[in-house]
Design a protein around this ligand. Structure first.
Ligand code: COA
Ligand code: MG
Length: 293
């Protein structure tokens, strides 16, 4: 099964019925219904119940929905999975992963939960949250340990805490972690999801951060608020100028190839195979998101 690339992935706190009800009306490419850090300890059981109800209601039919379970250290993971693994759920996000064994353990629980829900083993995909220096340094092994890997994502709030620092407006402390998460995800052939931008009333800052993420190789970005979805989707969608350029490149390169040439000039720039391949990918993304130029 080919998986669509998610430009925007919206976190929805699992204990907030109003937000769970609103989510399906919003233009996120995917949703993460959260049982972890947006839910206080006293509300975990209620959040499980609300998330299960939302999944079974059919309100998300046709949309990609994941649930972020609590990590192994919490002791809550298995009960989370038992409550939320139902038909129609697309996948599970595992937070704060630091070692390959954790992934294997959660995958076993997941297979158990799938069996219990009458789903074929391996139905659900897995997103992995890299949220600490230890996790980052083992990210490749962690990713390779997972047989149903969908994405690697960076969780910058936990990451900077574990690094002994904090997020700055300019973000230098996250430059290397972001670059590494994108590199590893691309090396493994899975989606790379950039961390949330917490200041949801600052669209310019959000767009700046999303553009940097795209430049570093991320395929999409997590969001926390409905207002962030439009800007994120736009940044991760080719614009009309990119689509026009891509079309010119593809036409010129294919014509050149027909006459036995491997490179050609387009608008004063050299175009060879990788530039042609990138142009084709741009056109594929544009077609997927309905962009014409
Ligand atoms: N998912 C779905 N709906 C959301 C939402 C979300 N993440 N965030 C806000 N909304 C809804 C609100 O319920 C409100 O809907 P309404 O007008 O029908 O009542 C509307 O969008 C506007 O929200 P607003 O009043 O601007 O924000 P808020 O003060 O209600 O919420 C936050 C702000 C940050 C608390 C909220 O966006 C949030 O909880 N985000 C997710 C946080 C999270 O999951 N963190 C963990 C991952 S890092
Ligand atoms: Mg976190």
């Amino acid at each position: 099964m080919s998986t669509p690339t998610f430009r925007s992935v919206l976190y929805v706190p699992g204990n907030r019925p109003r937000m769970l009800a609103k989510a399906p009306t919003l233009p996120a490419d995917a949703f993460v219904l959260d049982l972890e850090d947006s839910v206080p300890p006293g509300e975990k059981a209620e959040a499980r119940r609300l998330v299960r109800e939302a999944l079974l209601s059919g309100a998300f039919a046709g949309r990609a929905v994941l649930v972020r379970v609590n990590g192994l250290a919490s002791g809550l993971t298995q009960d989370d999975l038992a409550a939320v693994v139902v038909e129609g759920l697309f996948g599970v996000d595992i937070p704060k992963v630091e070692a390959p064994d954790e992934v294997r353990e959660v995958e076993e629980m997941l297979a158990w939960a799938e069996g219990r829900a009458g789903l074929p083993r391996g139905t659900l995909r897995v997103g992995i949250g890299i949220e600490s220096p230890a996790g980052l340094l083992r990210a490749e092994a962690i990713g390779r340990a997972c047989r149903r890997l969908l994405s690697l994502g960076l969780g910058a709030e936990d990451f900077t805490f574990n690094l002994g620092t904090q997020r700055s407006p300019t973000g230098e402390e996250l430059f290397i972690p972001k670059a590494l998460v994108a590199l590893v995800a691309r090396a493994l052939g899975v989606q790379a999801l950039d961390t949330i931008y917490p200041d949801f009333r600052d669209p310019e800052g959000l767009v700046r951060e999303a553009k940097l993420a795209r430049q570093l190789g991320f395929s999409g970005k997590y969001a926390i608020h409905p207002d962030q979805l439009g800007p994120i989707n736009r940044v991760f969608t080719p614009d009309e100028a990119e689509v026009r350029w891509a079309r010119e490149v593809v036409e010129a390169y294919e014509a050149a190839q027909g006459s036995g040439l491997g490179s050609v000039a387009v608008g004063g720039r050299m175009v060879d195979r990788p530039i042609y391949e990138r142009a084709r990918r741009t056109l594929e993304l544009a077609a997927r998101w309905g962009i014409t130029a």
